[in-house]
Design a protein around this ligand. Structure first.
Ligand SMILES: *Cc1c(COP(=O)(O)O)cnc(C)c1O
Length: 399
């Protein structure tokens, strides 16, 4: 039987929840989206959450909200999906890649530090595979480098008064940082609910945040919501109340709202997250660990770091000999086992090379890409299937 990489975990609960919305007479942004927002905020212990069509949309809206654009620099990790860097380009700002550290393979604050200058407006740390970045280290950097910060007059940048820390937490919904759920440790945290992520709405994302400095969360929510839907003063549901037709356009906002169909799916997933989804992933991660721990040719992923605990989003195995990685993927594919690679560094892609970036600029990210293979991990993967994957990996190295 084929073993896919990461099919979504959909039960009758999700099917019933989506069906109820379809039958309700209201399918786009409305009561389910609001409910999902307040459930996400309370799960993470955040003051506010805004649901959107993707994590990409969330990161871009936050950069726009802070007026980040041409002439500005945003520092991020190359060891991520292109979305993280593409949104920086969309705003007209310049991405600057700092290398990752060993251990959790997250953005290294020591590599970020020398890259900070008067043009730096934001840092986007990326939580790889579910292990959170060291957010305290990034917050410390932002305050240590405050003297270099040169904000645009009259913008939210100026109110914040230091570099913005925006967490790309596409992988890390449900992870733990310093004993608390992720979602509150950067200025803004963006989750992805894309189909392969550990909590899904098919496509979707959310931005979580607290009040910061002089910026109350309610105000930030209002501004982000305006930016996410054509700057309309009223949301679609309010506009459709009888007699409530009048609205104004406050800015040239985007079209990034979440539908109630997606939110209903997300609510059903959230109901199952702590009781089913997270424990299922944890169990698989441990089984891989136990059956691969004696594999001489491999290096196994961490479950915890000094400051964080994974949500078991990926099982990123690394091969001591990177030259065998592609052959192993092909060998597994012949057994109908789908593996994946996280990540082709952003600065190794042709478009970014054309812009002048080089994979060699961040050698650790490139090195790790070459030796990495992500094994299937999803609720529903059976113990027999995990044993089969491990057996085939072991067999490959005997050939
Ligand atoms: C999936 C992913 C994204 C993009 O998420 P979308 O919801 O598809 O926009 C961004 N960053 C990382 C690290 C991802 O894995």
């Amino acid at each position: 039987m084929p073993i896919p990489f990461s099919p979504p975990s959909i039960t009758q609960k999700e099917i019933d929840a989506v069906t109820a919305v379809l039958k309700s007479g209201w399918i786009t942004t409305g009561p389910k989206t609001k409910e999902f927002e307040s459930r996400l905020a309370s799960y993470c212990g955040a003051e506010s959450a805004l649901c959107l069509s993707s994590a990409t949309a969330g990161m871009e809206l936050v950069l726009r909200l802070f007026d980040i654009g041409p002439g500005d620099e945003v520092i991020t990790s190359p060891y991520t999906f292109a979305a993280t860097a593409n949104v920086i380009l969309h705003t007209g700002a310049t991405p600057v890649f700092a290398d990752i550290q060993d251990g959790d393979f997250n953005l290294d604050p020591r590599k970020v530090e020398p890259l900070i200058n008067t043009r730096t407006k934001a840092v986007i740390p990326v939580d790889f595979a579910g292990l959170p970045c060291d957010y305290q280290a990034f917050e410390r950097l932002a305050s240590e480098k405050q003297a270099l910060f040169n904000p645009k007059k009259g913008s939210l940048q100026e109110k914040l008064g230091r570099i913005l820390i925006l967490s790309d937490a596409a992988h890390s919904f449900g992870s733990v940082y310093q004993g608390e759920k992720t979602g509150i440790h950067a200025d803004f945290t963006v989750f992805s609910f894309h189909a392969v992520k550990n909590l899904t709405t098919a496509e979707g994302g959310a931005v979580l945040f607290n009040s910061a400095a002089d910026l109350p969360a309610a105000e930030l929510y209002k501004e982000l919501r305006l930016l996410s839907l054509h700057g309309q003063s009223k949301d679609a549901l309010a506009k459709f109340q009888a007699g409530n037709w009048f609205y104004t356009i406050e800015n040239a906002g985007y079209k990034h709202n979440m539908t109630d169909i997606a939110a209903a799916l997300g609510l059903a997933q959230l109901d199952r997250y702590e009781s089913e989804i997270l424990p299922a992933r944890k169990k698989i991660f441990h089984q891989y660990w136990n059956c691969l721990k004696n594999l001489e040719q491999g290096m196994l992923p961490q479950e915890a770091s000094e400051w964080g605990l994974t949500n078991y989003h990926l099982f990123p195995l690394r091969l001591k000999d990177p030259s065998r990685r592609n052959a192993l993927i092909s060998f597994l594919a012949k057994q109908e086992i789908s593996a994946n690679v996280h990540f082709i560094p952003v600065n190794a892609h042709p478009y970014y090379e054309k812009l002048g970036f080089k994979a060699q600029d961040t050698p650790r990210a490139y090195e790790n890409f070459l030796r990495e293979i992500s094994l299937p991990i999803y609720p529903g993967l059976t113990e027999e299937q995990i044993d089969f994957v491990c057996e085939k990996i072991t067999q490959f190295f005997k050939t």
